[in-house]
Design a protein around this ligand. Structure first.
Ligand SMILES: Cc1cc2nc3c(=O)[nH]c(=O)nc-3n(C[C@H](O)[C@H](O)[C@H](O)COP(=O)(O)OP(=O)(O)OC[C@H]3O[C@@H](n4cnc5c(N)ncnc54)[C@H](O)[C@@H]3O)c2cc1C
Length: 423
């Protein structure tokens, strides 16, 4: 694969940036084709001045990290083999749920509060709506500790919510059959994000603020004396830098194969979109929140984003999956499982046609938590990944965290360090 630098002007011209990009970039204060002036982010330090950084991976993690490094004054090159939010990436596809309900793990709830503010701010800055506030229903057949443990944290963080009985759920949302639901945590300021579009917008913002983007396959160069000197592109070119961030999502295990357990294990996940009957806003995001149901299995869905249909997915970890060459043909079994669930819980969806389907992969860390740490042999090579089926929403907060840690502004966060995974 060859590598080449893509300018902001070219990104707009080729449509990489998507419809409306020129207007969005203009909204940042730079007319299309004009000279990109760095736009300081509110509150960001300039600790990166004089620092050269290379970020590998333009998904939710790498894109936001690159932008945050840039906003701290670093000179940043972002590299991706197939592009931001590409169809192989874990950040690809239409939508991702954002909710602050995270069981007892306050660290994530805090990150979500921060990330949500940044997603909203980004949408305003770039003139594009990336977040849709539908609320989120966390439904369970009993008292689900993942929800109830989060209640005091949500209250403390000022996240609005209500606790509903099954009966109340059925009254408030008559499109849901509440049979078997005993408890629902209704997180009102939650919703969904536009996934691949969000990654593309981040790249556009990054280019507009003076970042450099290469579309190329990259691999770490040699580590010596406790540091990494460069990354190598498939073209043979090398990119030298002071700090490196590897945000390769499900490819992290290939980028760094020496870890035990592996940094991440990609699993096959299927996302199904069913067509709602016409004239039923109660089955779209106009009237139905995003929802999650826990119990013997965990299903979740996003109703009708961008007219794409009623999204239903089974959260159970699927078979091991190769993110590069894995077969992404949807399976009849997954379609049947999703349909059975959906028709029971949303009776008006009985017989609804399947209108789209995607096969994606979770990049599962050994304990399901993020990995944000330096490589054991190179203190300037950061690994950011392990989103494990829940990482997308965190992108802006994670980007701030990685940038601040890599530039020495902030200590590492033990909860996300690699040491916790060592046998
Ligand atoms: C089906 C599904 C549903 C999900 N639902 C949710 C949800 O509702 N809410 C939520 O918050 N999260 C959710 N997630 C999780 C979330 O989407 C991921 O954790 C997150 O997007 C991971 O982002 P990333 O940047 O780490 O990885 P990716 O998006 O995979 O980005 C990695 C990038 O690195 C590039 N790359 C890899 N190797 C190289 C290389 N050697 N050289 C150059 N480039 C390279 C790839 O092309 C890719 O673009 C879901 C994930 C899936 C798959």
């Amino acid at each position: 694969m060859t590598s080449r630098k893509i300018s902001r002007r070219e990104a707009i011209a080729t449509g990489l940036a998507g419809a409306g990009a020129a207007a969005a970039l203009g909204a940042c204060g730079n007319g299309p084709g004009g000279t990109a002036e760095p736009t300081p982010a509110s509150g960001a330090s300039q600790s990166g001045r004089g620092v050269r950084a290379v970020v590998v991976g333009a998904g939710a993690f790498g894109g936001w990290t690159a932008l945050e490094l840039l906003r701290r004054g670093a000179q940043v090159t972002l590299v991706d083999a197939w592009g931001p939010g590409n169809s192989r990436a874990s950040s690809g596809g239409e939508t991702r749920v954002i909710r602050a309900t995270y069981g007892p793990d306050r660290i994530y709830s805090e990150m979500v509060v921060r990330a949500l503010a940044r997603w909203k701010e980004a949408g305003e800055r770039w003139g594009d709506r990336l977040f849709f506030e539908t609320g989120a229903l966390w439904m369970s057949d009993g008292v689900d500790p993942y929800a109830t443990d989060a209640v005091p944290i949500l209250a403390d963080l000022g996240v609005p919510f209500e606790e509903l009985t099954g009966e109340e759920l059925g009254r408030r949302f008559p499109q849901i059959d509440p049979e078997g639901i005993a408890y629902t945590l209704y997180e009102k300021s939650a919703g969904y994000l536009l996934a691949r579009r969000g990654c593309q917008r981040v790249l556009e913002g990054f280019l507009a603020e003076g970042g450099e983007y290469r579309q190329a396959m990259a691999s770490p160069g040699a580590m010596a004396g406790g540091a990494l000197g460069d990354v190598r592109l498939a073209s043979g070119e090398t990119l030298e830098a002071d700090i490196f961030v590897f945000a390769g999502g499900p490819w992290l295990a290939e980028l760094f194969p020496g870890f035990d357990p592996p940094l991440v294990s990609p699993t096959r996940q299927e996302i199904l979109y069913f067509g709602t009957p016409p004239g039923r806003p109660d089955l779209t995001d106009a009237e139905l929140p995003v929802w999650v149901e826990t119990g013997e299995s965990l299903f979740y869905g996003v109703p009708g984003s961008n007219f794409r249909g009623f999204k239903v997915a089974d959260d159970a970890r699927g078979a091991p999956f190769d993110p590069t060459d894995g077969d992404r043909t949807p399976s009849p079994e997954a379609i049947a499982t999703a349909r059975n669930y959906m028709e029971r819980r949303f009776p008006a969806m009985r017989g609804a046609p399947l209108i789209e389907a995607r096969v994606c992969q979770y990049e599962q860390s050994a304990d399901g938590h993020l990995i944000v740490d330096t490589h054991p042999e190179a203190s300037n090579a950061w690994i950011a990944g392990g989103g494990s089926g829940h990482g997308y929403k965190l992108g802006p907060a994670l980007g701030e965290m990685v940038a601040a840690q890599a530039l020495g502004e902030r200590e590492k966060e033990p909860f996300f360090e690699l040491g916790r995974l060592a046998g």
